[in-house]
Ligand binder design. Structure first.
Ligand SMILES: [Zn+2]
Length: 617
């Protein structure tokens, strides 16, 4: 009985001890700074004493996890633990994701927005893991942004090791940009990658303005290996328009400053951009071809420390050995503003890139965008066989379009005010059929200068109908046309009408008379002979029917005087009164023959006059 009581006491003590222990609990208060969620969620949670609680932080879109505040095992890991040895308060701190918010600003439909890509470059070294993760993204824009930032940074060995796989990336633009990253960091592995892209005639993703991979590779290889890869020569505000009423000049003045600005650089840019804007003939036809526009670019380097002039655009030239976004501010800053530069270009920009940027300075917009996959899209494709638009692309012989000239001149509030005057000469004349007729067409512009290379259409109605004869004026503004009238029987009128561009129109009349309709009639050769018998030379005088035929340019007469079988006199003349110089013998028989001739040698019907001199007394 005693023993049993003792056991009972021990048991009851043990029960008391066991039931008091689970009642010890601590609270964990989870707080959030910025925008994100946690597991466990924000609020107060109970945990038993010494329990190890796993906590996780998830940033919202556009935010990133920065750190935990409070007693956690690892304050900068998104997943960590809290040991509940007492009640605790922890806070997950989220900050706005700088990289994501910069990438957010890049709008593929607005090429100008890509200049913000430059802001990513200084973030690479502090957020290397983030950028490496972006390279793995499924969003082509994020991949491009990471590669773009890497290629402009000095990187450590381990980062370069991580980047090596992207030298073989399926995406050629990523491959090219990563190749530049290697070259910039003194590692030649980028070279063969760029060499393999030298024939790649597709545009780079998100290049602003658009650039072909081949052109990009060539520029980079030139920058790093100038001896082995000399740069191929490029094919051969303050925006003011002057001149008129026929010829105008558009002047764009730019002063350059910055690390990449050199005299030789800007001189070659000036030459290349002018060549593209002016084309092969040195100026562009405008206003249905009635006016011309010549582009005169004036590029110079701003002297160190000098204030930019009031009448110039101010452009900074970056010296970059990689991909850079060249841009021009839109709308353009007020002329003379020294606070705002007009734009920022790069020392590797090609002539066509400069021509494109100068296009912006003349008020033209981009004509391209990038689609969701990062592919370049031309918004202003030209018909097959026509050069592409310089505002849409910077390769393939891109040229300014007529619509660009129209837009530039419209912005300057100028209309083409140049009429053309056309004359056809001779305006009226008569010729003898058969024969040939030549007219000279002269086209003069309103300012009195010749209209060169002016296309003309000549039509003849009447005796020799001809249509759609194409003529072109020479450097003196003249064109000639000759046609033949081969039929001897042609009598009638040709109306010669010529039209040219810019309201030029002219007309001439040509009258043809058939050779066999020409009848010389002799005047008695005794007429006018005063001292009978003939001590004065014989004068041959005749008329013709119809009289107006005498005005014909190609009418002549073969006039001969015979005595018996002997030819005393023969001449070809267009006169109708001929002093033969002959002192005729008395008492002899003579014959005068008059043959009309259509020059150069077609003879008509002869007229003869016979007469005898009186015998000498
Ligand atoms: Zn552009």
């Amino acid at each position: 009985m005693r023993r049993a009581f003792f056991v009972l006491i021990i048991l009851s003590v043990a029960i008391i001890f066991l039931t008091s222990c689970p009642s010890i609990k601590f609270s964990l208060t989870v707080q959030i700074g910025g925008s994100g969620t946690t597991d466990p969620t924000a609020g107060v949670h109970e945990f038993t004493r010494n329990q190890i609680v796993t906590v996780k932080a998830y940033p919202d879109n556009g935010w990133e996890f920065e750190s935990w505040e409070g007693e956690v095992a690892s304050s900068d890991s998104t997943t960590t633990t809290v040991t509940m040895d007492k009640s605790k308060t922890i806070k997950a701190v989220f900050v706005q994701d700088q990289v994501a918010s910069i990438i957010d600003k890049l709008d593929p439909y607005n090429p100008l927005s890509f200049r913000y890509g430059e802001e990513l470059i200084p973030l690479v070294n502090s957020k290397t893991q983030k950028f490496l993760a972006l390279l793995e993204s499924s969003d082509p824009l994020e991949r491009w942004a990471a590669a773009y930032a890497f290629q402009r940074n000095l990187l450590d060995e381990s980062t370069l090791d991580n980047l090596e796989e992207y030298l073989q990336d399926d995406n050629k633009t990523i491959r090219a940009l990563i190749a530049v990253a290697f070259l910039l960091n003194g590692d030649d592995s980028g070279k063969p990658v760029l060499e393999s892209l030298l024939t790649e005639d597709t545009p780079m993703m998100y290049s602003i303005p658009p650039v072909l991979l081949s052109d990009f590779a060539e520029g980079i290889l030139n920058a790093y290996y100038p001896v082995e890869y000399p740069l191929a020569s490029f094919f051969p505000q303050t925006t003011a328009v002057s001149g008129g009423p026929c010829d105008y000049t558009v002047t764009v003045t730019i002063v350059f400053h910055g690390e990449g600005a050199s005299e030789t650089q800007v001189e070659s840019w000036e030459t290349d951009a002018e060549a593209i804007w002016n084309g092969a003939s040195g100026s562009r036809e405008w206003g249905d071809g009635c006016c011309t526009v010549t582009f005169d670019f004036d590029f110079s380097v701003l002297a160190e420390g000098a204030e930019p002039p009031d009448d110039a655009h101010v452009v900074e030239v970056k010296k970059v050995n990689g991909s850079h976004t060249s841009w021009v501010a839109t709308p353009l800053p007020t002329p003379g503003s020294t606070e705002t530069t007009t734009g920022e270009w790069d020392s590797l920009d090609t002539g066509p890139v400069i021509a494109h940027e100068v296009g912006h300075m003349m008020g033209l917009d981009d004509e391209y965008h990038t689609d969701d996959e990062g592919n370049y899209v031309n918004d202003n494709p030209q018909p097959e066989g026509s050069p592409p638009s310089i505002m849409a692309q910077t390769w393939g012989g891109a040229q300014p379009l007529t619509e660009h000239l129209d837009a530039i001149m419209e912005a300057a509030d100028i209309e083409c005010d140049c009429d053309y005057t056309l004359t056809v000469e001779p305006s009226y004349d008569i010729n003898i059929a058969p024969g040939s007729h030549t007219v000279t067409v002269t086209v003069t512009r309103k300012d009195g200068t010749p209209a060169k290379n002016c296309d003309l259409e000549l039509n003849i109605t009447g005796l020799h109908p001809k249509s759609n004869i194409k003529l072109k004026t020479d450097d003196t503004g003249k064109a000639e046309y000759t046609y033949q009238c081969v039929m001897k029987g042609h009598t009638g009128i040709d109306s010669i009408d010529v039209t040219g561009k810019c309201g030029a129109i002219g007309n001439a009349i040509k009258e043809w008379i058939a050779l066999w309709d020409i009848f010389p009639f002799g005047v008695n050769p005794y007429d006018g002979q005063k001292d009978y018998p003939y001590s004065m030379p014989l004068l041959v005088v005749y008329g013709i029917e119809p009289a107006e035929a005498l005005e014909a340019e190609n009418l002549a007469f073969n006039v001969s005087v015979f005595m018996g079988p002997d030819t005393l006199f023969a001449t070809q003349t267009s006169q109708t009164e001929i002093d033969t110089g002959l002192l005729l013998e008395p008492g002899s028989d003579f014959l005068i023959e008059i043959v009309p001739v259509a020059l150069p040698g077609t003879e008509g019907t002869p007229t003869t006059i016979e007469f005898s001199t009186a015998p000498f007394d």
